[in-house]
Design a protein around this ligand. Structure first.
Ligand code: ADP
Ligand code: MG
Length: 397
């Protein structure tokens, strides 16, 4: 992974930096309910404005599908960003063309402007070269600070990067550095935790990880499919029985590649899918009825996992170990998370995690701030864990 960063730019005085950010923020009744994505963009904006560059922010919002949809305008983001930045943020009601260009030219050095939703144009998602050129016409350099959009080859993430000198923004750089430390060039021994609901959504991820890691703990609902494939009882648990052969192939592949697989040794079983449902902990191999459902890993499993984490230097984690939304079935996930956080805090472990529900689970365990890096990138993070090349990152190289 080679890419230029803002430290590589020389004179920016009065030049325009076209900066791709992810401002696809959650909104309820016209209010931003979580401004994390705006905050994430601040270091890049500040670094550029300190160098007296004009900053033109390029972003998408929602799915207007190539048409102007007034309800999906980005206008509401400008004042919120201005508050966080402590400086004015102008808004351009178009993201290309003469009006946008005139507004950018009219900015003072170090001024900031947010351009309208780039997905109002069909050329964006089609990565149309003519549209990419229209974007490129607005800036002197291009900066991508939206790792979460980097798995898409769109005009604002890929096409335009080829038309201007391209750089990784500060949060993009931070994320790429963390991912590289976790899976690109990690300190060994390495361990992965993959959990969540289904094997079928994470096949590519499992296949990639068994070829790269020293150990892989499989938990959550997807562990049931592996247990079933090995001939264990899973009762009425979530289990993809049709993936039995696939699960066995992954185990074989892991053995061939020298990746130790950790499956549950004991499980927590309940009959009702609700918080505080009556439950019992049983060893693997115990008899389960058709009403019994495995909702979490048991204490022996967690003890084994902690032991392997304690002897590892790098951890990469996607997917909870149980139904963490319903206590007490959050226990394995929370205990493993707290232990990983402890090891990380004391400098013994590099711990990187990501995934929508994984972020929620780590927040629930209150450890996000103690991990090395927790990615909120969703799809881009998963594709990266699958070993795929991300077009928006590749275009920076
Ligand atoms: P992420 O979004 O982090 O990639 P997933 O979407 O793959 O994670 O999985 C998260 C979901 O998996 C959670 O909603 C959790 O309740 C569910 N899950 C975990 N363990 C089990 C289990 N044993 N049975 C059913 N669902 C489970
Ligand atoms: Mg999920």
């Amino acid at each position: 992974m080679t890419f230029k960063t803002l430290d590589d730019v020389s004179d920016l005085h009065g030049k325009t930096a076209l900066v791709r950010v992810d401002f696809n923020v959650p909104v309820e009744d016209g209010r931003i309910t979580d401004d994390t994505r705006l905050k994430v963009a601040l270091p890049t904006i500040r670094k550029l404005t300190e160098k007296a560059a004009k900053v033109a922010l390029l972003a998408h919002f929602d799915r207007p599908k190539g048409k102007v949809v007034p309800e999906m305008s980005l206008a509401f983001v400008a004042p919120a960003l201005s508050d966080l930045l402590g400086a004015p943020v102008q808004f351009a009601s178009d993201c290309v063309g003469d009006d946008a260009k005139a507004l950018i030219e009219g900015l003072p050095d170090g001024g900031v402007i947010l351009l309208e939703n780039v997905r109002f144009y069909p050329g964006e998602e089609k990565n149309d070269p003519a549209f990419a050129q229209q974007l490129a016409d607005l800036g002197d350099i291009y900066v991508n600070d939206a790792f979460s959009a980097a798995h898409r080859a769109h005009a604002s993430t890929e096409g335009v990067a080829k038309l201007l000198p391209a750089y990784a923004g500060e949060s993009m750089r931070r994320e790429l550095d963390a991912l590289n430390a976790a899976l690109g060039a990690p300190v060994k021994p390495t361990i992965g935790i993959v959990g969540g609901s289904k094997v079928s959504t994470k096949l590519d991820l499992l296949k990639n990880l068994v070829g790269k890691l020293d150990a892989l703990a499989i938990g959550g609902g997807m562990a049931n499919t592996f247990l079933y494939a090995q001939g264990h009882e899973v009762g009425g648990s979530l289990c993809e029985k049709d993936l039995k052969d696939t699960a066995l192939e992954i185990l074989k592949e892991a053995e061939a590649k020298g990746c130790r697989i950790l499956l549950p040794l004991d499980v927590v079983v309940a009959q009702e899918f609700k918080a505080n449902a009556a439950n019992r902990t049983v060893d693997l191999g115990a008899e389960l009825s058709a009403d019994d459902k495995i909702f979490d890993a048991g204490p022996r499993t967690v003890a084994q996992l902690k032991d392997v984490i304690a002897n590892s230097r790098t951890l990469i984690w996607n997917g909870p170990l149980g139904v963490f939304e319903l206590p007490p079935f959050d226990a394995a996930t929370v205990e493993a998370a707290k232990f990983a956080a402890l090891q990380t805090k004391s400098g013994k472990l590099v711990a990187v995690a990501g995934g929508g529900d994984t972020v929620a689970a780590l927040n629930h365990a209150d450890v996000v701030q103690d991990m090395t890096f927790v990615s909120t990138a969703g799809g881009a993070f998963l594709e990266w864990m699958e070993g795929k090349e991300l077009p928006g990152v590749a275009a920076l190289g």
